[in-house]
Design a protein around this ligand. Structure first.
Ligand SMILES: C[S@@+](CC[C@H](N)C(=O)[O-])C[C@H]1O[C@@H](n2cnc3c(N)ncnc32)[C@H](O)[C@@H]1O
Length: 445
């Protein structure tokens, strides 16, 4: 299960009061240095800053002495250099190559982005449609006339409240991150990691920089690090789990029974949020920061230890009787899911179990993750060769899972195929002949 706002575990181990001052910026003076070097503190820069003729295989050296203006001028001197500033880099014994801050102020029509990563990873990102296809972001970062207003909630700070009816499947946001940071940066000295993060924020275009500084700093440590820790989403790029900060989506508060779901689209480097049920005007729009398919105590502990707040959502603050009932349902859900996941010849799974699982998800108001239950139901019906029921639930699985996992997700694609023709699914007839223990008719369809 993906986790949402998620850097706190990593950073709490590393957090300290080691605040870094903003990097001083000196005005850049046109200089009389040769074209492959630059004036710095009255001297032409050393060879580690030599400008390559191609951006493909640049290996940046550890550096850290250039002002932003100087590094902008150096970047401008290189042919086809994709970044707005010459990257500042640091390395340690455990980093395979220097970790640098790469900024593009042009990215996403001038919204900008900075990436703290190795040159190899950052240049892989440049090959994504988000950078290469001018139309890839045509539906992204459109924040005019939003379907919500910002509201201050006692005890949980700012949140977003619907100002019109949102139906299941309605898009609420689609945004690109202001920053992406690779966990490898945690292998640098903390002062160097923080320096790269501060440098990145200073290098964003002014509007995006202001959006970053307007974010909540829940833990009150280093001001940049804290904003990242409080607001980052876990995102995967080229198989590597990283952290991204998206200021619009970071305004959504947590609820264990959320009414919206999000997913990350790696190709467009965009994060989408959709309504997963009807949200009426005046209702808060919420997402989940955690896996909710666990007991209330586990959810509360997770939120407290990783995000530092007491969960006050209705599922967490209910009367102990209702909490116990909810926990029992969640436990039963996990048992049913395990039975439905058993594809051995001894499997006792039945379509009735799939129906029971769906009912429990609905009772628990876990609409945002219903895709999982619909997938189980589609597969179990397919395994008993019930074509129509497999199609019905496969269609629902696609609709719900696409909101939660994204339209490129492998489960979504598998359910799309099943909805077209269940007989081609790997699960088709897998359990025909199995006894339907405890289920209605007691025989296979
Ligand atoms: C990503 S921010 C959400 C927006 C935030 N409320 C703000 O004012 O910017 C996450 C922070 O919001 C607060 N928060 C989110 N959901 C909450 C909840 N259910 N109960 C209490 N505080 C919550 C916590 O301080 C958490 O660290």
């Amino acid at each position: 299960m993906k986790s949402a706002v998620g850097l706190s575990l990593l950073s709490s181990a590393l957090a300290s009061s080691n605040n870094i001052n903003h990097i001083p910026q000196k005005p850049f003076l046109d200089n009389a240095c040769p074209s492959n070097s630059i004036l710095h503190d009255g001297e032409c820069l050393p060879t580690s800053y030599a400008i390559p003729s191609t951006t493909e295989s640049i290996s940046f050296q550890e550096n850290g002495t250039l002002s932003l203006d100087e590094s902008r001028a150096l970047a401008q001197q290189a042919d086809d250099f994709p970044w707005t500033f010459w990257p500042e880099c640091y390395s340690s014994e455990t980093t395979p190559e220097p970790v640098c801050v790469f900024t593009s102020q042009d990215f996403a029509n001038g919204r900008g982005i900075f990436i703290v990563s190795t040159s190899k990873h950052a240049h892989e990102m440049l090959k994504k449609p988000a950078f290469t296809d001018p139309n890839a972001l045509s539906r992204i970062n459109k924040h005019e006339n939003p379907p919500f207003i910002q509201y201050e909630f006692p005890g949980k700070g700012r949140g977003l409240v619907a100002n019109k009816t949102l139906n299941r499947g309605d898009q609420i946001f689609a945004s690109t991150p202001l920053l992406i940071t690779n966990p490898m940066s945690y292998e640098l000295l903390e002062s160097e990691r923080l320096r790269l993060a501060h440098r990145g924020v200073s290098s964003l275009p002014p509007t995006s920089r202001s959006s970053f500084w307007a974010l909540l700093d829940h833990f009150k440590g280093d001001p940049v690090d804290d904003r990242i820790n409080t607001n980052a989403f876990e995102i995967e790029i080229d198989g590597v789990s990283q952290y991204g900060v998206l200021p619009e989506i970071a305004m959504l508060n947590h609820d264990c029974r959320p009414n919206a779901a999000y997913f990350w689209d790696e190709e467009t480097l965009s994060h989408y949020v959709h309504a997963t049920e009807t949200i009426l005007p005046g209702q808060e729009i919420t997402i989940t920061y955690i896996n909710n398919e666990r007991s209330r105590d586990k959810r509360v502990t997770n939120l407290k230890s990783n995000w530092g707040f007491e969960c006050s959502c209705s599922a967490c603050s209910a009367h102990p009787f209702f909490v116990a009932e909810s926990d029992a349902r969640v436990e039963q859900m996990s048992q049913l899911a395990a039975l439905l996941d058993d594809w051995t010849p001894a499997s006792r799974a039945t379509p009735e179990m799939g129906e029971a699982l769906l009912s429990l998800y609905q009772q628990e108001r876990l609409h945002a993750s219903m895709g999982v239950a619909y997938k189980h139901a589609a597969e179990v019906y397919s395994s008993f060769a019930d074509r129509d029921m497999a199609i019905k639930y496969a269609r629902l699985a696609v609709e719900y899972s696409a909101l939660d996992k994204g339209f490129r997700d492998s489960d979504v694609k598998a359910m799309q195929s099943m909805a077209k023709d269940p007989t081609m699914s790997w699960s088709w007839k897998k359990r025909v002949g199995h006894q339907r223990v405890g289920g209605g008719c007691g025989h296979a369809h």
